[in-house]
Design a protein around this ligand. Structure first.
Ligand code: SME
Length: 159
């Protein structure tokens, strides 16, 4: 079976091609979440929360219906946004203040989305498996986000 690192290498190569063509930012972000969700069968939810009007708002995602709004500092997403540091949560039931969007979710990884030094939101992935995320995912997802950010037209509205 392919290791997860090998899957990330292949994901990065596919993203470089998929995102290299002209297109609106929203189309690229939509395909970005879709490709990650379809690459990793153990990821139950993949998506973005974008900062606007003092809070984090649900943006492009793949998975079940989710919470539409998260306050800065609340839950895993709000904590990552406030600290600008990624978090791996091996067991969401042990994370104080975890916001439940889907009761099946057991572990989670959240990365800050930083463009030109400014945090604009967070990238969130959930899994129905306990302890499903490691430093390999952090590295692989961070690189994937960089490919996405490099492909965006920063003069165009992102949200
Ligand atoms: N669990 C997250 C909320 C977002 S959903 O998982 C899609 C949190 O605690 O911030």
């Amino acid at each position: 079976m392919e290791t997860r690192r090998v899957k990330y290498n292949s994901l990065h190569a596919q993203l470089e091609v998929l995102l290299s063509k002209d297109g609106l930012n929203m189309s690229k972000v939509a395909n970005f979440v879709a490709l990650i969700k379809q690459t990793f069968s153990s990821f139950s939810w993949v998506g973005f929360y974008i900062y606007k009007n003092d809070g984090l708002h649900l943006s492009h995602f793949q998975g079940k219906v989710a919470c539409t709004y998260i306050e800065v500092g609340k839950g895993v997403c709000g904590t990552v946004f406030a600290s600008k540091k990624p978090l791996i949560v091996p067991n969401v039931n042990e994370f104080e203040g975890h916001i439940v969007c889907d009761e099946g979710s057991q572990s989670e990884i959240v990365l800050p989305v930083i463009i030109k030094g400014e945090i604009i939101g967070v990238f969130d992935i959930d899994s129905y498996e306990l302890n499903n995320f490691s430093e390999v995912d952090l590295d692989g997802l961070d690189k994937a986000l960089q490919i996405l950010i490099n492909s965006l037209n920063l003069k165009e509205e992102l949200k």
